[in-house]
Design a protein around this ligand. Sequence first.
Ligand SMILES: [Zn+2]
Length: 321
Amino acid sequence: MGPQTLIELGRRNRADPTELARWAADLERRNFRFGNFQAFVEAYKFVAGVLDSPADYALAGKRLVETLAAENVRYAEVTLSAGMVLWKKQSLEAAFEAAAQAAADAGAKLGVHVNWIFDAIRHFGVEPAREVLRMAARYRERGVVAFGIGGDERRGPADLFVDLYREARDRGLHTTAHAGETMGPESVRAAVELLGAERIGHGLRAAEDRAVLALVRDRGVPLEVCLTSNVATGAIAEASDHPLPAILREGVRVTLNSDDPGLFGTSLEREFLLAARTFDLSREQLAGFIENAIDAAFLAESEKSELRVAHEALTLGLGSA
Ligand SMILES: [Zn+2]
């Protein structure tokens, strides 16, 4: 959800006016530093709280696609925090169907293809996550391509979810896991070795152990790097503290991502600019992140080829500009 949608829905659904006013001011300043992960989780709950009816989810889905189109995004895998919807005791069916339909309608007009990842909240435990997986499998025909877990790694260790990840694979879903965000490299190792996660959300702390970097590199598991998010949640103090250069030096595949763009006041475009400026990256390196994203997409090979053609056409355009 972008800032306007948050404020609009917050007013409509009578969110705490003081909280909302504070958010409006923060959004104005684009200054999102929650200080630590728990403070971020509290903020996240407030924001998720403004989504109430299926119509709210539809509005969020439509606005999201409009934002992506404005950034020249052709394909997106959008994480729906399904665990959060269930935690709010809302109908995940109604919420998802509304959001997916609105996103598909807007996407058909604007040329953006959206698929979905259903995310469970790992510190809520296995049973709620099982329900998220059940729904993800049910909605495969509606564009749900993967199952993942996010949240507090310490309170929701990987070994709890081994059976669920096996089941996800058996049901034809791809898998992701946030790891190495709130815990060290051992959490990334567990996500890869125990869960068989195909992509790692964040993974920045893998850089603390070269053996773990070698593991993700050798298994071809990309790290989904989200610079602004890591500063906002307090994982690092400044973007320049991110170990991206060391990760790239080890030959690990990296994609750049916006995480919660509305909540962190960022966008995919801003993340590319931030990475380029902070680490003095070349145009080839930036294009490489997009190529990695296409390779790592949960799409059929023929669909990936189409994206590669579109990407090459755009990069050629850049080269001559
Ligand atoms: Zn995240």
